[in-house]
Design a binder for this molecule. Structure first.
Ligand code: ASP
Length: 318
């Protein structure tokens, strides 16, 4: 009996349409049913679910949690899930799903760097590969696929807007899809924390502050704090270094007033506790500022103590 795969569409360039002049395009136009109608895939029964049709730069917590609920609901009677998503924030949604959806079944996110009617459009191929992964007995949990490669949400990122090879991973690909065959080179064995949050209220206000030359963000930080921000992730320069103006402003807060996690603005980095510029800060390990922000928001939203937050981030630095 063929497998039943839920195909949840959220928009993105994979559903984008290019103008006749081939110069500009708009993301999130084509319904998923139109993409499916031209996809030569009959190895599974596919159930399309059009959840949204947005440019993923506009992703927000309301849609995130609607996506989590849609995935949970579909997993009840589906063998796997594919999610189409804009590439801008795909890595963030993938990491969030990994922390919130508890399943052994495959949940595969994909997108495209080129709109659906562009020359050399990559969307259908990526969608085809995602469906192959979702049908594979060896695929488990949340995965990302782009340009024939399979990535782990914890370490993949959008690396370029040029060409179809738009994603990369700090630790390399988990595997590849070749002519519909799914090959894993390694499996992600790291155990991740799990949250049962199910609404945007469980996602505390955490912002990312970038450190750069001639930095004046200290002033902005005060405004953020007054606006209910409970945590900050620093995207530090190099090895998580923080401009002294920003550091002074951050150090004015006690950890219970404002939780500070330090990551690096580099695509490939590792911030260990010994590298921190202030003892009360928390090291992001190998997490990007975007992933660290999601983790911290869920931790603060679930009422975790400072010690529990420190312990959880250590899991990403061992
Ligand atoms: N801006 C688009 C989006 O994230 C880019 C893409 O999908 O490649 O929706």
């Amino acid at each position: 009996m063929s497998k039943k795969i839920g195909l949840i569409a959220t928009g993105g360039t994979i559903a984008g349409v290019q103008a006749p002049d081939m110069q500009s395009y708009t993301a999130g136009i084509m319904p998923i049913s139109s993409l499916l109608s031209v996809l030569p895939f009959d190895a599974a029964h596919i159930v399309p679910i059009q959840l949204a049709n947005i440019d993923s730069c506009d992703m927000d917590a309301d849609l995130w949690f609607a996506l989590v609920r849609a995935v949970d609901a579909a997993l009840v009677d589906m063998d796997g899930i594919v999610i189409t998503h804009g590439t801008d924030t795909l890595e963030e949604s993938a990491f969030l799903l990994q922390l919130l959806v508890r399943t052994h079944k495959p949940v595969v996110l994909t997108g495209a760097n080129r709109p659906s009617n562009a020359l050399g459009a990559d969307g259908l191929r990526n969608l085809y590969n995602a469906l192959c992964i979702a049908c594979s007995e060896r695929a488990h949990g949340v995965l990302v696929t782009m340009n024939d490669a399979i990535f782990a949400p914890t370490d993949c990122y959008k690396a370029t807007t040029l060409g179809a090879d738009c994603f990369a991973a700090r630790n390399g690909a988990l595997g590849y899809v070749q002519q519909g065959d799914v090959h894993f080179l390694r499996i992600e064995s790291r155990k991740l924390p799990h949250f049962s949050a199910c609404s945007p209220e469980s996602f505390a206000r955490v912002e990312i502050l970038l450190s750069y030359a001639h930095n004046g963000l200290g002033a902005i930080l005060h405004a953020l704090k007054e606006d209910g921000v409970r945590g900050v992730v620093i995207a530090g320069s190099g090895a998580g270094n923080v401009h002294s103006a920003l550091k002074r402003a951050l150090c004015a807060y006690q950890p219970d007033e404002l939780t500070v996690v330090c990551a690096s603005r580099l695509a490939r980095s590792f911030i260990a506790p010994a590298m921190l510029q202030a003892p009360q800060w928390i090291a992001a390990g190998y997490l990007s500022p975007f992933s660290a922000r999601i983790l911290l928001a869920l931790l603060l939203g679930s009422g975790a103590t400072h010690d529990a937050i420190v312990r959880t981030f250590r899991q990403f630095g061992d």
